[in-house]
Design a protein around this ligand. Structure first.
Ligand code: HEM
Ligand code: NAG
Length: 488
C-alpha cells in the first residue's frame, strides 16, 4: 500500500513540476515591485513616487491593499502607454466607491472605455468647442474684467484670490453650459462642487478603494458624500427640465441644448446602446468638477510663483504694456495673437510643468494584456501616470525644480506639456483652460502689481496630502493698482 502511495505522490509532484516549468516559461515579466505598503499615504505623493524610480526605474508596481498598480514616471513610458498603445490603456478602473454615485455608468471622466464612451466624449467635446466658438473669449474677458474691478475695490488690501479665481472659472462653465450669466446659479454650482470634492477627497472615501469591504461600515464621509451628490442631482435636473421646455429643435443656445439634441440624433444608431439624458447630466457634472478647481488652482499657482519672482512679473508687465501701448484702455490681446506675448506663454508652460494641478491624472486601466517599456501588463491592471514626476525628469530638464520660464522661450528646446494628459483620455477642457489662463493673466498683469500680503512670502510647497488636485496652503495677496493699467 505504502509504495503505491509514494508512487502516486511522485507522479503528482512530477506533474506539478512540469506544469510549473510551463508556467515558468510563460510567466509574465512584470515591472519591479516596490517593497512595503501604504505608499499612497506618503506626503507629497507625486514627488515620493518619483524618488522610487532611483531604485526601480521609471516603471514599477506598488501593492495597494489587495491589488497591484503600475506607476509610470517618465514621458516615454506615459506616451508609449497613452498615445502609442492608446486603446490598450484607455480604460478606467471601476472602483468600489464609484458605485455609490448615481448615474455613474453614464459618467465621462470615470466611465470605462467603450464605443458608447467614445461617442459620449466626442459629443461633449463638440458641444464645448461649439459653445466656446460662439462666445467664450468675449465672455472670459468680460468676467475677468469684472473680477479685476472687484479686486480694485479692495484698494490693495490683502485678498484671498484663490476663492475669487474659483468663482470666476465656475461662472465661465456655468455660462457656456446653461447660457445664463446669473450669479446665484454659479454660486449654487460652486458650493455644490466644492462640497463634492471635499467629501470625495476625504480619507474614508479613498480608503474604500483599497479595502472595498469597508463600505459596509457606517463611515461618516459616506453620508456627507451622499448628501452632496443629491444636492448636485437636483441642481442639474432643474436645468435639464428648463432646457427641454424652452428648447427649439434645430437651434441651440448653449452646451446643454447642443448635447440634448445630439443624443436625439444618435438614438438612431444601432449597436452598443445609445446616449441618453443621463449622459448629458454627467457631462455637465464633469465639466464643473473638471473645469473649476483645475484652472483656478493653476491661476493661483501662477500668482504664487510671481510673488516669489518679482523680476519675472516685471518682465511680463513690460511685455503686456509693450503690446497694448501706453493708451491701454481695458482692451486685451486676442487669444489668437498670443504669440505676441512669448514670455507669458512661457510662464504658463512653466507653471503647468512645475504644478500640473492633476499631478497623477486619473487612474487608467489596461483594457487588454499589453506591455510598457518591455514589461508585461496584464489586462485589468490599474495604471497611474505620474505627470508631475515626468515633468521633473532631470535628463530632460535642466535644474528641473527651478521656476525658469525662459526655458520655454525656445519652443524647439522643450518637449510639450503632459499637464493635460495625452491620448484618448486627454483632458476635455484643455483649449478652454488655456484660453482662460491667457485672458485672465493678461488682465491681471495689466491692472495690478502682485505683492505679498505681509512680510513673509506664502509657501510654494503643495499641501502634503492632497488627493486629486495639487493645492497650495491658503494664502493672501495684495493687488496694487498699476499707474498704467486700464482706467488708471
Ligand atoms: C489647467 C487646467 C486643467 C488641467 C491641468 C487639467 C488636467 C487634466 C488631466 C491630467 C486629466 C486626466 C487625463 C488622464 O486621465 O490621463 C483631465 C481629465 C479631464 N478634464 Fe481636465 N484639466 C484642466 C481643465 C479642465 C477644464 C477647464 C475642463 C472642462 C471644461 C476639464 C475637463 C476634464 C474632463 C471631462 C476630463 C476627463 C476626460 C476623460 O476621462 O476622458 N479639465 N484633466
Ligand atoms: C507657447 O509655448 C509653448 C511651450 O514652449 C510652445 O510649444 C508654443 O508653441 C507657444 N505658443 C505660442 C503661441 O507662442
Amino acid at each position: 500500500m505504502l509504495p503505491l502511495g509514494l508512487l502516486l505522490l511522485l507522479v503528482l509532484l512530477t506533474g506539478a513540476r512540469l506544469l510549473w516549468g510551463q508556467w515558468g516559461l510563460r510567466s509574465p515579466r512584470l515591472p519591479p515591485l516596490a517593497p512595503g505598503f501604504l505608499h499612497l499615504r506618503q506626503p507629497g505623493l507625486p514627488i515620493y513616487l518619483l524618488t522610487l524610480t532611483q531604485k526601480l526605474g521609471p516603471i514599477y508596481r506598488l501593492r495597494l491593499g489587495l491589488q497591484d498598480v503600475v506607476v509610470l514616471n517618465s514621458r516615454r513610458s506615459i506616451e508609449e502607454a497613452m498615445v502609442k498603445k492608446r486603446e490598450d490603456f484607455a480604460g478606467r478602473p471601476q472602483n468600489p466607491s464609484y458605485r455609490m454615485m448615481p448615474h455613474i455608468s453614464e459618467d465621462l471622466a470615470l466611465g470605462d472605455y467603450s464605443p458608447l464612451w467614445k461617442a459620449h466624449k466626442k459629443l461633449t467635446r463638440s458641444a464645448l468647442l461649439l459653445s466656446m466658438r460662439n462666445s467664450a473669449e468675449v465672455l472670459v474677458e468680460q468676467l475677468a474684467q469684472e473680477f479685476c474691478e472687484r479686486m480694485r475695490a479692495q484698494a490693495g488690501a490683502p485678498v484671498d484670490i484663490q476663492e475669487g479665481f474659483s468663482l470666476l472659472t465656475c461662472s465661465i462653465i456655468c455660462y457656456l453650459t446653461f447660457g445664463v450669466k446669473e450669479d446665484s446659479l454659479s454660486h449654487a454650482f460652486h458650493s455644490s462642487v466644492q462640497d463634492l470634492m471635499k467629501t470625495w477627497d476625504h480619507w474614508s472615501i479613498q480608503i474604500v478603494d483599497i479595502f472595498p469591504f469597508l463600505r459596509f461600515f457606517p463611515i461618516p464621509g459616506f453620508r456627507r458624500l451622499k448628501q452632496a451628490m443629491e444636492n448636485r442631482e437636483r441642481l442639474v435636473e432643474r436645468q435639464l427640465r428648463k432646457h427641454k421646455k424652452s428648447m427649439v429643435a434645430g437651434q441651440w443656445r448653449d452646451l446643454m441644448d447642443y448635447m440634448l439634441q445630439g443624443i436625439g440624433e444618435r438614438r438612431e444608431e444601432r449597436g452598443l446602446g445609445h446616449l441618453h439624458e443621463g449622459h448629458v447630466h454627467m457631462s455637465v457634472v464633469d465639466l464643473f468638477i473638471g473645469g473649476t478647481e483645475t484652472t483656478s488652482l493653476t491661476l493661483s499657482w501662477t500668482v504664487l510663483f510671481l510673488l516669489h519672482h518679482p523680476e519675472i512679473q516685471q518682465r511680463l508687465q513690460e511685455e503686456v504694456d509693450g503690446e497694448l501701448g501706453p493708451s491701454a484702455s481695458g482692451s486685451g490681446i486676442p487669444y489668437k495673437d498670443r504669440a505676441r506675448l512669448p514670455l507669458l506663454n512661457a510662464t504658463i508652460a512653466e507653471v503647468l510643468r512645475l504644478r500640473p494641478v492633476v499631478p497623477l491624472a486619473l487612474p487608467h486601466c489596461a483594457t487588454r494584456s499589453s506591455s510598457i517599456l518591455g514589461y508585461d501588463i496584464p489586462k485589468g491592471t490599474v495604471i497611474i501616470p505620474n505627470l508631475q514626476g515626468a515633468h521633473l525628469d532631470a535628463s530632460v530638464w535642466e535644474q528641473p525644480h527651478e521656476f525658469r520660464p525662459d526655458r520655454f522661450l525656445d519652443p524647439d528646446a522643450s518637449p510639450n506639456s503632459l499637464a493635460f494628459g495625452c491620448g484618448p483620455r486627454v483632458c476635455l477642457g484643455e483649449s478652454l483652460a488655456r484660453l482662460e489662463l491667457f485672458v485672465v493673466l493678461v488682465k491681471l498683469l495689466q491692472a495690478f502689481t502682485l505683492l505679498p500680503a505681509e512680510g513673509t512670502l506664502p509657501s510654494l510647497q503643495p499641501q502634503p496630502h492632497c488627493c486629486t488636485n495639487l493645492k497650495m496652503e491658503p494664502f493672501q495677496v495684495r493687488l496694487q493698482p498699476r499707474v498704467r493699467g486700464p482706467q488708471a
